[in-house]
Every structure is written in C-alpha cells, then in structure tokens.
Design a protein around this ligand. Structure first.
Ligand SMILES: Cc1cc2nc3c(=O)[nH]c(=O)nc-3n(C[C@H](O)[C@H](O)[C@H](O)COP(=O)(O)O)c2cc1C
Length: 200
C-alpha cells in the first residue's frame, strides 16, 4: 500500500461522527493525513461530539504520529501545492457552501485551494455532502464537480446490511470513502462473491 498522504477536510455540514471515524481509520491504516478544519467544521465537532480542541480530537482518533493539522486560512500550506505528492483529498462532511466554492474554483481558504489543486492534478477528490433536499443549485454544482472528476459520495448509508447501531451506519459511509481513496480496510459491509448484491 502506498504511503502517500491524504488531505482530510472537515467542513460545517452535519455529520461530524463520519469525519472522526474516518480520521481514526486513516490513523489505524498508517496513512499520513493532512488535516484542515473550517471554522464551521470546528463548530460541528463541538455541537455534535463535544470536541472543542485539537487535544480533544486527538483523544478520539488514535495515533496522531502521521497527522499534520493546518489552519484553514493558510493558503500557502502544503495541501495548497500541486507539487506536494498526495493520494488525494476527501471533504467529509462537505457543506454545500464549500461544495459550491470548489465548483467555482474560488480558492478563498486552504480547503478550497487544496481541492482545486487535487482537481487540476487529476487526483482523487471525494466529496461527502450532507443536505436534504437538494436545490437545483446544489445539483448543478455536484454535476459540475462530477464532470471535473470529483467523486460525490453523499452521506446516505444503506440499510440492506441490517445496521444494529449508529456505528454501523457511520462505518457504511466511511468504508466507501476508504475504498475510493484506495485504502485497504475492513470497515462497513463487504459484498462477497455469491451473495446477493447490495442495491447501492
Ligand atoms: C449546526 C450547523 C449545522 C449545519 N448543517 C449543514 C448541513 O448539514 N449541510 C450544509 O450544507 N450546511 C450546513 N450548515 C451550514 C454551513 O455550516 C454554512 O453554510 C457554512 O458557511 C459552511 O462553511 P464551511 O464550508 O467553510 O465549513 C450547518 C451550520 C451549522 C451551524
């Protein structure tokens, strides 16, 4: 498995538990993580999980020896550079605000710039939006991003695996994200040959 780093951006959409579990899984898989959290992302971590500081986030996400946290207003940080090697980027959860900015290439924050770079370098960009219902503007932005090469992976867990607890629903989405990033994992339901295929 490649040890190229992943940029993980956490923005202000509901779904902080997905982000925390994803970071925990990337740490467990020894994947270097360039972490960027928007101002509203921090607010969601607080409102949904009582996580109010870097230390509190560390406590919930395992070994941080391969994690580097960057400030979202530092547009000159490593994830802003196309020449810095990377496996790609995931925005989880991805607010409609950040999604719109990436779709327009505005690059007004490190998260927006890093996503812009991933697209121009033709690397993997996974966006995990959480909104309902979608407006035409949301849908057009998602179409535009898909056409530009991004993977729009909505936080829409399935129920065919009979989830018994919240963690099963979270792992359903996190497993899909890890697969798209090319990280080997055993998170979430796995379809095996000979079984009835899931419908997603
Ligand atoms: C508690 C809370 C929950 C929110 N939930 C969502 C959401 O589920 N989806 C979304 O697109 N925006 C949501 N928003 C709005 C975004 O946070 C807002 O548009 C913000 O400007 C996004 O900034 P960011 O993308 O830089 O984090 C929420 C805001 C708050 C405070």
């Amino acid at each position: 498995m490649s040890t190229l780093p992943v940029t993980l951006a956490i923005t202000g959409a509901s779904g902080a538990p997905y982000a925390v579990r994803l970071l925990e899984c990337l740490n467990a898989a020894a994947v270097p993580v360039r972490l960027v959290i928007s101002k509203t992302g921090w607010r969601l971590l607080d409102e949904e999980l009582d996580i109010r500081s870097e230390a509190a986030l560390k406590e919930r996400t395992g070994d941080w020896s391969l994690v580097t946290l960057y400030a979202d207003d530092d547009r000159g940080a490593t994830p802003a550079s196309g020449s810095a090697p990377s496996r790609g980027m995931v925005v989880c959860p991805c607010s409609m605000g950040t999604l719109a900015s990436i779709a327009q290439g505005t690059t007004r924050s490190l998260i927006e710039r890093a996503a812009d770079v991933v697209l121009k370098e033709r690397r993997t960009l996974v966006l995990v939006p959480r909104e309902t219902p979608y407006s035409m503007i949301h849908l057009e932005n998602m179409l535009r991003l898909t056409q530009a090469g991004a993977i729009v992976l909505p936080a829409s867990p399935g129920f065919y695996h009979r989830p018994a607890k919240l963690e099963d629903l979270i792992d359903f989405i996190v497993g899909r994200i890890l697969s798209h990033l090319g990280v080997e994992h055993a998170v979430g339901p796995v379809w095996r040959r000979g079984e009835t295929a899931p419908t997603d």
